[in-house]
Design a protein around this ligand. Structure first.
Ligand code: ZN
Length: 369
């Protein structure tokens, strides 16, 4: 009993010491609800003919080696449908989809799992057990699941599961990479919630190492696009700048360069190559903010739309209180500040009409015409 108590005190002291270092390095980190009871995972690693599964339950590291074929274990233990997509690589860099079904778009969730779940449930995309009920609809997750909040892992597995369920129902989940996904790939951990720094240290590694290509989530993320087109709409986490079209990049080129090179590059490698540097810079599709300054005029935006042969661009990345339309409705920003953990909206596109889907389940038509 006394030994158990001492152990608890020691774990507590280590946690406080780790935290004081973490806070010293970045005092703006968001707090975690219960530091003394960390639950996280699973993190699944490829290991010859087996998978090594690691997770943390009540501050204790658990580990199991398991055959690829034992998918029932993942369903039973973690409610994960281990699926084939995680073993594939991205094949179609054009990423052009056509649908007459509904499209829902959510962005910049930043670990706010509960708000995201509420929005998805209220707008009939998932049921009370988090199962896909959106039929043949398309759900676009427009980047930045990572950082800030403390339920990032839950969100990744939710999207992973929904991807499979949507596919089976004839629908589709598109998860586009944002700047915060790239920051994790490049070991820039400035905005990671302290829970995950502690969690990674319990797992005996660095947070970035949990998302390299020897991990299932890493390999899954590395196949994701940065640009997609659905019907006549272009989707990008942050948007397309005039600098990008001046270089004659296509959607195919940009997705290929990210998926084959940038996702696997260090910051130093990216900065030493002109093309990689431009695509990863504040002029690139994961960091651009020019739509929200005076630098871009209506004509400039129309040039970008014409270049990609689309009518609209939908972005996230720049946080506003609600889903907002600009440039005579040619641009929609869906980043409705879900990251603050209080409110958020989901964009619903239905019969060519656009709606702000509120957290309470309301639908407010966006007057685009
Ligand atoms: Zn962003």
């Amino acid at each position: 009993m006394k030994r158990a108590l001492n152990k608890k005190i020691i774990i507590g002291l280590i946690t406080i010491l780790s935290l004081s270092n973490i806070y010293a390095s970045n005092p703006s980190r968001q707090p975690v609800s219960n530091l003394f009871n960390i639950n996280d995972g699973p993190y699944i690693f490829y290991n010859a003919d087996k998978l090594t599964v690691k997770w943390i339950k009540n501050n204790k590291l658990k580990e199991k080696n398991i055959k690829y074929t034992r998918t029932k274990f993942f369903k039973r233990k973690f409610d994960i449908h281990l699926h084939q997509a995680s073993f594939d690589t991205i094949t179609d860099y054009n990423q052009h989809y056509k649908t007459s079904e509904k499209i829902a778009v959510i962005s910049d969730i930043h670990g706010q799992y509960d708000t995201a779940i509420e929005l998805l449930k209220k707008h009939n995309i998932i049921d009370s057990h988090n199962n896909w009920i959106f039929g043949k609809g398309h759900l676009v997750v427009l980047g930045d699941i990572f950082d800030r909040g403390d339920k990032v892992t839950e969100l990744l597995w939710l999207v992973y599961n929904l991807e499979k369920e949507a596919h089976d129902a004839g629908g589709k989940v598109h998860y586009l990479m944002g700047n915060h996904e790239l920051m994790i790939f490049m070991d820039d951990l400035r905005y990671v919630n302290e829970k995950y720094l502690l969690s990674a240290s319990m797992l005996g590694t660095n947070y970035t190492n949990l998302f390299l290509s020897n991990s299932l989530l890493g390999r899954w993320l590395h196949q994701k696009p940065v640009l997609i087109k659905i019907n006549n709409i272009l989707f990008s986490h942050a948007g397309i700048s005039p600098d990008i079209i001046s270089k004659d990049f296509s959607v195919h080129d940009i997705n290929k360069i990210f998926a084959e090179t940038i996702y696997y590059s260090t910051k130093e490698n990216v900065y030493s190559d002109t093309t990689l540097k431009l695509l990863s810079s504040s002029k690139g599709p994961i960091w651009y903010r020019g739509y929200f300054s005076n630098e871009l005029k209506q004509n400039d935006l129309e040039d970008i739309l014409n270049y990609f042969d689309v009518d609209k661009i939908i972005v996230g990345h720049t946080s506003l209180p609600n889903i907002t339309h600009l440039y005579n409705g040619k641009l929609i920003d869906v980043d409705s500040s879900i990251k603050m953990g209080n409110y958020g909206e989901i964009l619903i596109i239905e019969n060519e009409d656009f709606y702000r889907g509120t957290l309470q389940g309301g639908k407010i038509k966006i007057p685009l015409k």
